[in-house]
Ligand binder design. Structure first.
Ligand code: KG4
Ligand code: ZN
Length: 334
């Protein structure tokens, strides 16, 4: 019998709902909150209020686009964490009330697992990764190399000890005067710039861990010094600054990923999370794949940044295992 899963994601600044029939996506509605752009980052209080306004129309639209009635659903999957508590609470409370009144089971999903399992959404002409594989999970809140031994058997091989890669992009863009989220803006600018124009200090931690706070500081001081001499420095050199920063971030991300793949003898490699949309990172991954004979998996843009399809697919695999959540489930921030 087919399983119809409703997924709900509200961990940060995107309110999203998706409907799956088994691993096949029927709808994926995302309302990205525009209110944060002017503040240079996500304002938690505004995010939870916007989720409250969005959640009912977004779920309604997802069900209608999928032509699935609430009664047809097999289960309701929701993001339990990590994320902003006030934002998570809106999605969780809605999911609980919806499932309870419909007498449907609830499934809790970890947001990071969702990002990785998005690779298992059925896509024409694309194979899902085979276990074991390594996934570089790079978003605004996380930067990790994860070894996936099974759908829910994950080992963290390395991770950032301070800022996430997306945070480095967003903060650098903010220093240059751009709105949040800055990652896509840096990516666009970088395509016209010289990656070797400027050099910023990269961290050299032992093992597989990352650090991006030094890079951010180095970028900040570099820009501050030059702006003192020329107030138009950031504008005049925007493309070269973006390309050089992107080069430093991607170089750092790839160096540890290559080391982990070589040391662990794994050639099945995936990337996931918002920063996996970065064209420089995708290019670097393709180059490494050629050199090291990797089989690589890059998510399409609609599945790289936050979305509920990834929550629904993780929910689907939990549904198959009969892993259901309790009505008393509470959100977790980290
Ligand atoms: O996964 P995501 O949507 O939310 C979190 O779970 O954090 O990731 C958002 C992050 C932001 O930092 C955003 O700037 C970054 O992903 N991002 C990008 C690109 N698209 C999104 N960073 C670099 N290049 C991009 N093309
Ligand atoms: Zn995310």
């Amino acid at each position: 019998m087919d399983a119809y899963i409703l997924g709900i994601e509200s961990s940060c600044d995107d309110t999203s709902a998706a409907v799956l029939c088994n691993n096949r996506l029927l709808s994926n509605v995302i309302n990205s909150q525009a209110v944060h752009a002017q503040y240079g980052g996500v304002v938690p209080e505004l995010a939870s209020r916007a989720h409250q306004q969005n959640i009912v129309p977004v779920v309604d639209a997802a069900l209608k686009q999928a032509s699935v009635s609430p009664g047809q659903l097999s289960a309701v999957a929701f993001t339990r964490g990590p994320g902003l508590l006030g934002s998570l609470l809106v999605g969780i409370s809605f999911a609980k009330a919806f499932a309870y009144t419909l007498h449907k089971p609830l499934i809790e999903v970890d947001h990071l697992q969702g990002h990785i399992l998005s690779h298992f959404l059925l896509q024409e002409g694309k194979d899902a990764p085979r276990f074991p594989f390594l996934c570089l999970l790079v978003s605004g809140g996380h930067t990790q190399i994860v070894r996936m031994n099974g759908y829910f058997d994950m080992e963290i091989v390395g991770q950032t000890i301070d800022d996430a890669a997306g945070e480095a992009f967003d903060k650098a863009a903010k220093i240059m005067g751009y709105a949040y989220p800055g990652g896509p803006i840096i990516d666009r600018l970088a395509q016209q710039g010289d990656p070797d124009a400027f050099s910023f200090s990269e961290a050299h931690l032992p093992g597989y861990d990352y650090s991006f706070s030094g890079l951010k500081t180095s970028f900040l001081y570099f820009l501050r010094d030059h702006l003192r001499q020329n107030p138009n420095f950031a504008k005049e050199n925007a493309a070269d600054l973006a390309a050089s920063l992107q080069h430093a971030v991607c170089h750092s991300l790839m160096r540890k990923l290559i080391k982990a793949a070589n040391d662990l003898h794994i050639r099945e490699i995936a990337i996931a999370g918002g920063v996996s949309a970065n064209s420089g990172l995708q290019h670097a991954l393709r180059m490494a794949a050629e050199r090291y004979h990797w089989n690589i998996h890059i998510p399409p843009l609609k599945f790289s940044t936050d979305n509920a399809a990834m929550i629904a697919i993780a929910g689907y695999y939990k549904f198959l295992r009969g892993e259901f959540a309790d009505i008393s489930a509470v959100p977790y921030a980290r």
